[in-house]
Structure formats: structure tokens, C-alpha cells
Design a protein around this ligand. Structure first.
Ligand code: HEM
Length: 212
């Protein structure tokens, strides 16, 4: 509220309102949903959870946040959760400015083009057994920006990517280090559109116990 631009102008109430809505929808809802999906997939697959726990248990008692953010298996788990359950299915639209040929399609000015994150993340040639949650694929292969793009790409890619990844890792590591979680029911969670994101239809209900 106290920020001033180069001309000494402050933001209007409308601009402040828009900033807050952006943080709430683009920033909070997306990251919170990604964390819910990660908890869900990890607890559907105990062997994956065990591998992650092993990595986390090798950290000291109160690890530095930067140390947590560099853990390779935790990074792979976050990537795989964002691959298999991308909260945002499509990139923002790009508008064609001049006639262009794209993969055999002739596109005219004014046409809107979207990148489909979901379909790319389920391509069998890139991700064998795409329905399987397997963080190891991110340790075995370096995916390109055109193969894995949960945060979109190019000049308009998500500005919150680094914050979101950092937040996901710190929340997962802190909760899993201190608590034992169990899925309250073992039914497959259905993805459902909720505002701007695709979220677990009824949340991910879990029981929580403190770890000794
Ligand atoms: C897991 C969490 C998140 C996911 C999956 C996500 C995903 C995306 C995607 C797919 C786009 C469209 C990019 C494109 O069209 O190329 C986008 C744009 C954007 N995101 Fe995120 N996002 C996340 C977290 C955040 C956070 C934490 C913030 C802010 C603190 C944020 C702010 C924005 C903004 C402002 C844009 C619009 C950028 C522009 O049009 O120039 N997002 N996000």
C-alpha cells in the first residue's frame, strides 16, 4: 500500500484489490492444490513414501530450508505430482498476430492457441505408463521445457514457479518429518474443476498422528 512508482504515484484501490486476488487465486489456490495432490499420491503408494521418508530422515533435526529444497527425491516427487495432476490444465492463451503454419495447421490472426499441459504430461512416448505415479522418471531423464511444463512456458510463464516449488517442498518435508498420515479412505480421488484449478473433488481426507 505504501509502494510508489517512478512518478511517485501509489496504486489505486482497484489495483491493490487485483494484486490480492492474483495472490489468492494464482498463488495460494494453485500451490495448496498441488500439495494436496502430492500428499494423495504419496500415500496411495507406501513404497514411494518410504523412499521419501528415508531421504528426509537423513536430514538433521532442524534442516535449513535451502537444504530441503535441494533434496533430489523430494524434487522428483513434486515434479511427478505436478505432472500427473497438473492443477492448471492449459496455459494462458496466445493470440496469433500474423498467419502461421503450426504442425500442419494454418492459423489466422486473432486465433487463440493454448498449450495443453495435461495432454502433454500424459503422452505415452514421453512418460511410459503415464497413469502411474513414479517420481523416478524425473531422476532417470531430464525433461525439456516442451515436455514438462506445469508452470507454462516462454515470456508469460508462471512468475510464482520458484515460490510454489519452495513452498511445496517445505510443507511436504515438515509435515512428513513430524507426522504419520494415513488416507481416511482408499477410494480413488476424482479430479474436479474448482475455480481456476483442477482439485481433488472432495479434498483428500487423512488421519494424522505425531511421529516419535
Ligand atoms: C503449483 C503452483 C502453481 C502452478 C501449477 C501454476 C501454474 C501456472 C500456469 C500454467 C500459468 C500460465 C503460464 C503460461 O501461460 O505460460 C501461470 C501463470 C501465472 N501464475 Fe502461476 N502457478 C502456480 C503458482 C503460482 C504462484 C505461487 C504465483 C504467485 C505468487 C503465481 C502467479 C502467476 C501469475 C501472476 C501468472 C500470470 C503470468 C503472466 O501472464 O505473465 N502462480 N501459473
Amino acid at each position: 500500500m505504501s509502494a510508489r512508482d517512478e512518478q511517485g504515484e501509489q496504486m489505486s484501490d482497484q489495483q491493490l484489490h487485483d494484486e490480492l486476488i492474483t495472490l489468492l487465486l494464482a498463488g495460494h489456490e494453485t500451490t495448496a492444490t498441488a500439495i494436496s495432490w502430492a500428499f494423495y499420491w504419496l500415500h496411495k503408494q507406501p513404497e514411494t513414501l518410504e523412499k521419501l521418508r528415508h531421504e528426509l530422515d537423513n536430514l538433521g533435526h532442524s534442516p535449513e530450508p535451502m537444504e530441503i529444497s535441494k533434496l533430489p527425491y523430494l524434487n522428483a516427487v513434486c515434479n511427478e505430482a505436478l505432472r500427473i495432476s497438473p492443477g492448471v490444465l492449459l496455459t494462458s492463451p496466445r493470440e496469433v498476430r500474423e498467419p502461421v503454419q503450426l504442425m500442419g495447421y494454418q492459423l489466422q490472426p486473432g486465433t487463440r492457441v493454448y498449450g495443453c499441459i495435461y495432454l502433454t504430461h500424459y503422452r505415452e512416448d514421453l512418460y511410459p505408463n503415464p497413469n502411474q505415479f513414479r517420481p523416478e522418471r524425473f531422476l532417470e531423464k531430464q525433461y525439456s521445457l516442451y515436455e514438462f511444463f506445469p508452470f507454462g512456458g516462454g515470456a508469460r510463464r508462471c512468475i510464482g514457479e520458484a515460490l510454489a516449488m519452495f513452498e511445496m517442498k517445505l510443507v511436504l518435508a515438515t509435515v512428513l518429518k513430524n507426522y504419520q498420515l494415513v488416507l481416511a479412505d482408499h477410494q480413488t480421488v476424482i479430479p474436479k474443476r474448482r475455480g481456476v484449478v483442477i482439485a481433488p473433488a472432495n479434498g483428500v481426507k487423512m488421519h494424522l498422528h505425531r511421529r516419535r
